[in-house]
Design a protein. Structure first.
Length: 146
């Protein structure tokens, strides 16, 4: 499977390493040349395209038209939204996954294409879900004590 990741920070680097270990083809678009080179040195492979992931030409160079999955993983929701829109325009068959830093923006991403919704990852919501599960489990245990 060919996976295009936009954003080569900590999360993008970890994803890239894990996906390469699973024998996927991965390309990472990273705006900062230093980060891109560090990622390639760390992984000992050429996976980076240096450029702005909001630029359709950069994404074309990275292979967006043949990507099976596009991951918008920058630290900026607006950039992730633009990446997702470009992906849907240039490759309607690609599965889009977007990291959302502000949970208020989740609905915007989810409403882009009702027929093929963007998978939205919000660390805030994940943490809240885990906390709620913990609180409910504690409550259940306390209710069982006579």
């Amino acid at each position: 499977m060919f996976i295009l990741i936009v954003g080569g920070g900590k999360v993008g680097s970890y994803l890239t390493r894990a996906l390469l270990a699973q024998n996927h083809e991965v390309v990472v678009v990273e705006k900062q040349e230093r980060k891109a080179r560090t990622l390639e040195a760390l992984l000992e492979t050429n996976v980076a395209v240096i450029g702005d992931g909001c630029d359709p030409q950069v994404l074309q160079q990275a292979g967006i038209s043949r990507a099976d999955v596009v991951v918008a993983d920058t630290g900026d929701d607006e950039d992730n939204l633009v990446v997702t829109l470009i992906a849907k325009k240039h490759n309607s068959g690609a599965r889009c996954i977007a990291r959302v830093n502000n949970p208020r923006n989740k609905l915007i991403f989810e409403s882009l294409d009702p027929d093929d919704p963007v998978a939205v990852i919000s660390s805030t919501e994940i943490i809240l879900d885990v906390l709620n599960e913990h609180v409910n489990a504690q409550r259940d245990r306390q209710a069982e004590v006579p």
